[in-house]
Design a protein around this ligand. Sequence first.
Ligand code: SF4
Length: 364
Amino acid sequence: LPAFPTAETRERRRISRQLDVGGVPVGGGAPVSVQSMTTTLTADVNATLQQIAQLTAAGCQIVRVAVPSQDDADALPAIAKKSQIPVIADIHFQPKYVFAAIDAGCAAVRVNPGNIKAFDDKVGEIARAAEDAGVPIRIGVNAGSLDKRLYEKYGKATAEALVESALWECSLFEEHGFRDIKISVKHHDPLVMVAAYRLLSEQCDYPLHLGVTEAGPLMQGTVKSAVAFGILLSEGIGDTIRVSLSAPPVEEVKVGISILESLGLRRRHLEIVSCPSCGRAQVDVYKLAERVQAAFDGFPNPLRVAVMGCVVNGPGEAREADIGVSSGNGKGQIFVHGEVVRTVPEAQIVEALVEEALALTEGS
Ligand code: SF4
């Protein structure tokens, strides 16, 4: 199996500085990491840690928690200590929570320039505290909360306005010699977002956190994020990603991982190659594909499993799959690397596939 990222994907990556976010390298050619954000009240330590555990199990590598109140800030030490993955504190408006997050052992802090007017005279102090603790800072610009000055200058949240806001905030930190920064310039429109990141990628060497903000419910948000991240990552732009969905955060992680796998930036663990079904199908392909997916969820080895609705095109079309099934007449032809190895009744298809998969991957 090839190493990931492959030499080809490595070559395409934009050169950036590298940050250490609680042990996860971001930028500088490190593998693109997947982030999400908790939806629990941060002050509810147990609920937040429980959700972080679910996210970790789903493959999330960095998690962000909102810190809108003192109660949330007070919960940070326990969360940072017990979380299995690095915790980033998300802070708007209140500089005092930045210091609390650094003291609490958070791996990084996210600040939003549009919401931190009070920050500007505190930047030196924040930079010193972050530097001493080895805590990177994300400058997270959002179209919805763009600095008023830039709204007036550009008329709306254009790509240029987002980038100017981010670089202005960076310059405040740079004046104090602080450069452990990553940047996001999020917009709900994937095309504006892509333009902003392209522009930003040329104007600095900071690692970039990709996100389409307020991307929408699962389906729409997935498509918007996949399109935008696909364009940028295939141009080598982007070092860590967060898919924003109006859906449970575990879904964000699954979608993020799937985007990286589809771009060849991460080895795909389980791929179901299933046909769309047609008038020739002799089995309910949708249901069978779902049952196969569920049966292989968490399978320890990388695997490509084909689920084909008929024997006419089955094994041929799915030749590149490791194992697969073509259905017909209440039976399933089970094939391994394109060769039919046995035929089983329809009710035993899933079981037979799992047996063949175990036999195939034994010892690997
Ligand atoms: Fe139709 Fe068979 Fe192709 Fe599935 S594999 S789309 S059932 S022809």
